[in-house]
Design a protein around this ligand. Sequence first.
Ligand SMILES: [Zn+2]
Length: 106
Amino acid sequence: MSRVITCTCGCDRTGELGVRTWIRPCAMRWRNAGRPETGPPPPSRTYPAGRPADRRDAYAAHRDAGDTPEQAARRLGVSRATRTRYEARYQQTLRDQGGSDVPERP
Ligand SMILES: [Zn+2]
């Protein structure tokens, strides 16, 4: 069974328990980094640690700045599946805001 914990690596995120007292993404980073005694390396150099919504905002900001979906996803270090989700949300937000693909109101 999985358990939801607050990660102690310093990222302050909550998620499913991965290894020791870290959530899965952090445990994975730790493993990929060669299991250093100091614990997982910091979550990222490019995106702010925090709630998924923060990263979605960051994604939107990169897209607004002219990045392609691929570039924005790479900056944030998100997977292809996550990118697809963020992009869908981004497009939805554009529509909600009355973006160019929405007919103007009379
Ligand atoms: Zn963590």
